[in-house]
Write a protein that binds this ligand. Structure first.
Ligand code: B4P
Length: 187
């Protein structure tokens, strides 16, 4: 199964994908994690991405697409995948459609995690305090939520228009939300 997880920063995409990959036995592919690994490795790509991420803005479409294509070409992705953090704007939507068409692996389902803005802020501020992630500073979080509203929200309409969108309430315990997602995928 090929799943795209959609939702605002802090909506729990990464948290849920970590559970779903065990239940569905398919890899979790997070563009945020791929980028953080590149930053940590201090690769040329990571050096370009670091400051952009710390400001809470989107890294260039070309960089993220190249990284994603490389990951999707790895053998484990042939059985399906949970894509988390991509696509994040309309151009990335078109790029994903083209890439998956080329690989003959269209998306089966897009799952949108619905979480109130108040809860998103609470979670991200808490993570910032607990883990010290640079893009969880109050200023970067404000930027990220603005970027989501302006650039990422239209992505939801794209999957809805294709009849592939499922919305899931993203508030509650992690386990409750995972159950809702699995139930929605069975429908
Ligand atoms: P991401 O890594 O995608 O970061 P995120 O949106 O914060 O993650 P997520 O929604 O997965 O939240 P999580 O589960 O961790 O992106 C980071 C940056 O990378 C972007 O700002 C951008 O610069 C760059 N980037 C990534 N993809 C890109 C792309 N396609 N194009 C361009 N740039 C890109 O949950 C958040 C917190 O909530 C955690 O602390 C978690 O413990 C907590 N939580 C989760 N579920 C909970 C629950 N049910 N109850 C209570 N707390 C919960």
């Amino acid at each position: 199964m090929r799943i795209v997880l959609l939702g605002a920063p802090g909506s729990g995409k990464g948290t849920q994908a970590a559970l779903l990959k065990e239940r569905l036995a398919i890899p979790h592919i997070s563009t945020g994690e791929l980028l953080r690994a590149a930053v940590k490795a201090n690769s040329p790509l990571g050096q370009q991405a670091k400051a952009v991420m710390e400001r809470g803005e989107l890294v260039s479409d070309a960089i993220v697409l190249g990284m994603l294509e490389e990951r999707l070409n790895q053998a484990d992705a042939a059985a399906g995948f949970i894509l988390d953090g991509y696509p994040r704007n309309p151009a990335q939507c078109d790029a994903l459609d083209q890439l998956l068409e080329r690989l003959n692996q269209p998306v089966d389902r897009a799952v949108q995690l619905d979480v109130s803005e108040e809860m998103l802020l609470q979670r991200l501020v808490k993570r910032g305090a607990d883990q010290g992630r640079a893009d969880d500073s109050p200023e970067a979080v404000r930027t990220r939520l603005g970027v989501y509203r302006d650039q990422t929200a239209p992505v939801i309409d794209h999957f809805a228009a294709q009849g592939r969108l499922t919305r899931v309430a993203g508030e509650g315990t992690v386990e409750e939300i995972a159950e809702r997602i699995v139930a929605s995928l069975r429908q």
